[in-house]
Design a protein around this ligand. Structure first.
Ligand SMILES: [Zn+2]
Length: 201
């Protein structure tokens, strides 16, 4: 069976924005990271600044890397990460795959926080067969009643005398905590609440 090209997968022709597009904006609420040429779509409705990235249908597919805009669209609108169509939902909830990671809560998979978008019924089966990552991890297929929007993660910028300093790892910023003014978001996360472990549909 040929490998599918997942809708969320990034491509080598899709390029991130440049660091010199960023500036410090002295807003009434305090200094914050901003773009020199602002566009309405740069911020989400929580005010987080998002990475700009181009979209292309060319280049090679990067199976282990998600395109920022498509990951966000899938998570926001509950679209299948493989085909971009509506994710599957029944009376027990939406279809997700989740796996145990460092930092997973003791209640896992309940209250797991994930950036991996949901799936349709067909593509949950394909993903379990084809995803090389899942072969190495303890994973579950889940129905999730309340996959609530949790927050964003990305690079945290700090302006110093010698220029921009960035966090080495991505930082998670929950919507119910104060917004981080140096955040450049690249992932949208949901918290999986009301989960039921199921077999493959
Ligand atoms: Zn699908």
């Amino acid at each position: 069976m040929p490998l599918l090209t997942p809708y969320v997968a990034s491509r080598t022709d899709e390029l991130p924005g440049l660091e010199n597009e960023l500036k410090v904006d002295f807003a009434p609420g305090g200094p914050r990271l901003a773009y020199r040429n602002t566009r309405p779509e740069d911020r989400d409705h929580h005010g987080n600044l998002w990475v700009r990235v181009s979209e292309s249908t060319g280049g090679r597919v990067l199976y282990d890397c998600m395109n920022v805009r498509r990951q966000r669209a899938c998570m926001e609108d509950m679209l299948c990460q493989v085909c971009g169509g509506p994710a599957d939902r029944d009376r027990n909830g939406w279809l997700f795959i989740d796996w145990r990671r460092e930092g997973s809560p003791p209640t896992w998979p309940e209250r797991s926080i994930t950036s991996m978008p949901p799936l349709c019924a067909e593509h949950v089966r394909v993903s379990v067969r084809q995803c090389p990552f899942l072969c190495r991890a303890e994973y579950v297929v889940l129905r999730v009643r309340k996959p609530r929007l949790y927050g964003v993660s990305g690079t945290l910028y700090r302006l110093t005398d010698t220029g921009w300093h960035t966090s080495e790892r991505d930082v998670l910023s929950a919507y119910d905590k104060p917004r981080l003014p140096g955040m450049l978001a690249s992932r949208l996360h949901r918290e999986l609440r009301g989960v039921t472990t199921v077999g493959l549909p």
